[in-house]
Design a binder for this molecule. Structure first.
Ligand code: URA
Length: 215
């Protein structure tokens, strides 16, 4: 199965009630070989109309964040926890999230990203329920993700949360700046070394930050 085929399959999904209210399914977009997979919550009005993720105001800021690390939207992959717009932009219901989950799981398995950026508390909660966005944004968390093994997660605030909050905007820009270094560390095998087993509660980058060598 190829990523593009999976995206096509999603277009006809009718597994949950969100299918009835949608204009378009929003499977996600970007490079099938992306090192960075960014995961938001779910499509809003603009995304539903266009069938593309993060194309409204939050999307504009997300594009800015991606470009701030010298990358483009084509270099990464952008997806959501649910692929169809919940009515009136309400939060997706737990049932909807669970029904949609196998799509995201397959996306992750096919892309095999080096880092999964969890944008906002809903995305974070689905992957690492024990984490808190206010405490864990900008930290590296590692967690077993069968069948891929240990996967590196990087929680950050949702770009929409920063639209009317200048300090969150700065925090997001600062957190994103760490991503290229995280990838370098993974590629050179150093992230493995400085982190230890079962590390959801551990924080290898903090450790290295304390040593003042990395950032
Ligand atoms: N917010 C999200 O979480 N996802 C989108 O695609 C757009 C806005």
């Amino acid at each position: 199965m190829k990523l593009r085929e999976l995206e096509q399959e999603m277009l006809v999904c009718a597994k949950c009630p969100l299918a009835k209210g949608r204009i378009n399914v929003v499977p996600g977009e970007g490079s099938p070989k992306a090192d960075i997979l960014l995961i938001g919550e779910g499509p809003g009005k603009n995304e539903d109309e266009q069938g593309r993720p993060f194309v409204g105001a939050a999307g504009k800021f997300l594009t800015e964040l991606i470009e701030s690390i010298e990358m483009t939207r084509d270099d990464v992959y952008i997806a959501n926890v649910v692929k169809c717009r919940p009515p009136n932009n309400r939060d997706p219901l737990p049932d909807e999230v669970e029904t949609c989950w196998p799509w995201l799981q397959q996306q992750i398995e096919l892309i095999k990203p080096k880092v999964i950026v969890l944008m906002g508390r809903h995305s974070l909660a689905r992957f690492i329920p024990s984490a808190k966005i206010s405490q864990d944004h900008g930290r590296v968390l590692r967690k077993e993700f069968p069948p891929l093994g240990k996967v590196i997660f990087f929680p950050c605030y949702h770009p929409a949360a920063a639209l009317y909050n200048g300090s969150l905007r700065e925090i997001l820009l600062k957190d994103f700046k760490k991503i290229p270094r995280i990838i370098e560390l993974i590629e050179s095998g150093k992230l493995e070394k400085i982190s230890t087993e079962n590390s959801v509660s551990e924080n290898p980058l903090k450790e290295t930050e304390k040593q003042g060598t990395l950032f």
